[in-house]
Write a protein that binds this ligand. Structure first.
Ligand SMILES: Cc1cc2nc3c(=O)[nH]c(=O)nc-3n(C[C@H](O)[C@H](O)[C@H](O)COP(=O)(O)OP(=O)(O)OC[C@H]3O[C@@H](n4cnc5c(N)ncnc54)[C@H](O)[C@@H]3O)c2cc1C
Length: 399
């Protein structure tokens, strides 16, 4: 049988696309292929669980646009389908003079992005969050928390209910584009479709390579390590507490996050990963490491951010140093309060010259569409990203 569309990847981007495409075009035959036994096993299931409001992103970028739309769409989706979520609000806290200056710039950026941030007056931080200290802070009420894997389960259910087919435990091993169809190989199985959509997250570059695309980037994995606070401290904060990030880096800094299960996590940091899908403390893949070391972009990006990399590695190896990142704004947390929590791995798309690709990146061929880069906050933005991909597909198929 020939499908109209095959979608690779049951992370939140692939699922959002599959669900929306099938619900828009009920008669269409769509096949979703995922190598794991369940959806959301990689980035989507190993993140902070935050619905971002769109604070940080370059005004006018796809990231800024999709994030703002995505936050609204995510709250609506959760309300409609009974997925746990909560609009907690987020406090961005500056702890010294340099951060105060950056905080004001970030505040302006929030406004440029159409949000309604509120600068706290002296003493207000203490009233809102008695356990947090800072030289200044502002509040973004639109931010919240959610169960992203829960959203994925519902999207998969809806996709199947509308007639879509999904094969889990099915790893795509080859892709061939022909003038009249796409051929997708999964071991000895072969699937045919008119159009292919690839949402492979950490494997985006390998899936592009399989098809022979000159994608011009490599995925470099960065580990985001977390701790969980011991349960007795679950009432420590009532908002999400974020530091003021370094604008030169795509990481938001170690934050205190209330999770949807009631616990509080600290993190993530951003250290070099040596295995794309390795979540344990010690993880190494010869293939992933060799691929990275032989790529000039890896050396260039590492050299560019050497000081940051050294600091992050020190924090990773030395718990007390990690703790210091959070003690700046929450002094009462002690080493004994930190319990282990699984890490996440970010897919960072890096070009040959060492520059990181910060915005969403979609590459097209006549019969395929590859989501090459879907960085944070792509979990928040997944509904508008999926909608955008559906629009592109409908335009090209004339539907
Ligand atoms: C530490 C961390 C914290 C983050 N925090 C947040 C946050 O709080 N809020 C937010 O909005 N975003 C956050 N993000 C970003 C967000 O999680 C990702 O941008 C988003 O989940 C990307 O979704 P995806 O579907 O593109 O990728 P993934 O979730 O990685 O899914 C890709 C899927 O493709 C499958 N796949 C790959 N290769 C193959 C193959 N050959 N055959 C079949 N299947 C294949 C994989 O198994 C996987 O299921 C965070 C990310 C990290 C790592």
């Amino acid at each position: 049988m020939k499908y109209d569309f095959i979608i690779i990847g049951a992370g939140i981007v692939g699922l959002s696309t599959a669900w929306q495409l099938q619900s828009r075009m009920k008669q269409t035959r769509i096949l979703l292929l995922e190598k794991e036994a369940a959806p959301a096993r990689h980035q989507t299931g190993h993140n902070s669980g935050v619905i971002h409001a769109g604070v940080y992103y370059e005004p006018g970028s796809l990231k800024a646009k999709f994030c703002k739309e995505g936050a609204h769409a995510t709250y609506d989706f959760c309300r409609e389908h009974g997925v746990p979520c909560e609009q907690t609000g987020k406090l961005l806290v500056a702890t010294d003079e340099a951060e105060m200056q950056r905080m004001h710039l970030l505040f302006d950026r929030c406004r440029d992005n159409g949000l309604n941030p509120r600068m706290l007056v002296p003493g207000e931080l203490q009233d809102l969050e008695p356990n947090i200290i800072g030289s200044g802070a502002f509040l973004v009420e639109e931010s919240g928390i959610v169960d992203f894997p829960g959203i994925c389960r519902i999207m998969l259910e809806q996709f199947r209910r509308d007639g879509g087919s999904a094969l889990l435990d099915t790893e795509v091993t080859g892709i061939t584009e022909r003038p009249d169809e796409m051929l997708v190989h999964a071991g000895r199985d072969r699937f045919r479709a008119d159009q292919l959509i690839v949402c492979g997250g950490l494997m985006a570059d390998r899936l592009a390579d399989m098809q022979g695309l000159q994608a011009g980037f490599r995925i470099i994995p960065y580990r985001g390590e977390y701790y969980r606070l011991r349960p007795q401290l679950n009432d420590l904060i009532s908002h999400l507490i974020y530091p003021i990030p370094d604008p030169a880096l795509p990481f938001l800094g170690v934050h205190l996050t209330r999770m949807i299960d009631g616990s509080i996590t600290i993190g993530p940091n951003a250290v070099q990963g040596w295995k794309r899908e390795g979540y344990g403390r010690v993880n190494f893949s010869l293939r992933d490491t060799a691929g990275m070391l032989s790529y000039p972009g890896f050396w260039r990006v590492s050299a560019r951010h050497l000081a940051h990399g050294i600091r992050q590695t020190r924090n990773s190896l030395w718990k007390r140093s990690y703790l210091w990142e959070v003690k700046k704004y929450c002094p009462q947390i002690e080493i004994a309060d930190l319990e282990p929590y699984p890490a996440g791995i970010r897919a960072m798309a890096v070009q040959r010259d060492g520059s990181m690709i910060h915005d969403f990146l979609i590459e097209e061929t006549p019969r395929s569409l590859h989501v090459c880069n879907a960085p944070s906050p792509a979990a928040t933005s997944a509904i508008p990203i999926g909608r955008h991909i559906c629009d592109m597909l409908m335009k090209r198929t004339g539907s």
